[in-house]
Design a protein around this ligand. Structure first.
Ligand SMILES: [Zn+2]
Length: 133
């Protein structure tokens, strides 16, 4: 029985039981679930969460990169706004990254996702010898 991967991911909980914590430290998975014993070494999110979080942040904050330069304001205020914008972007990424990693991890567990494997179906249209019909 699996918990909803997005709901359990947003709360940083195990995708199978919804109770155990996923992370032992920031972005570092525990070896297994404290509650149900699920081995967390089976799935790997790689750089997927970073891609989604950085894309989302750039889409949301991109308009400010066009608006701030044309803003009629004193230089010190512009500098403060730029620092505020960059700080907000960094803080948003810091908060979203563990949640996206947990969601992708729980989706992998629930869907039993793994690396793609190449298995030959034979050559020249012939089925391999160990082919099962
Ligand atoms: Zn669990």
């Amino acid at each position: 029985m699996f918990e909803h991967p997005i709901r359990s991911g947003l709360s940083l909980k195990c995708g199978r039981c919804g109770e155990g914590k996923l992370f032992g430290a920031y972005l570092k998975f525990k070896p297994s679930c404290d509650h149900c014993g699920l081995d967390y070494g089976d799935a790997d999110t790689a750089d997927g969460p970073a891609f989604f979080v950085s894309s989302l942040i750039m889409i949301v904050f991109a308009p400010f990169y066009f608006l701030l330069p044309i803003l009629e304001a004193p230089l010190l205020m512009k500098i403060a706004l730029w620092i505020g914008l960059l700080g907000t972007m960094i803080l948003t990424g810091y908060l979203l990254l563990p949640r996206f990693k947990a969601i992708l991890f729980n989706l992998q567990i629930q869907n039993q996702a793994e690396e793609a494997k190449f298995e030959s179906t034979g050559s020249h249209g012939k089925a391999p010898k160990n082919w099962k019909h």
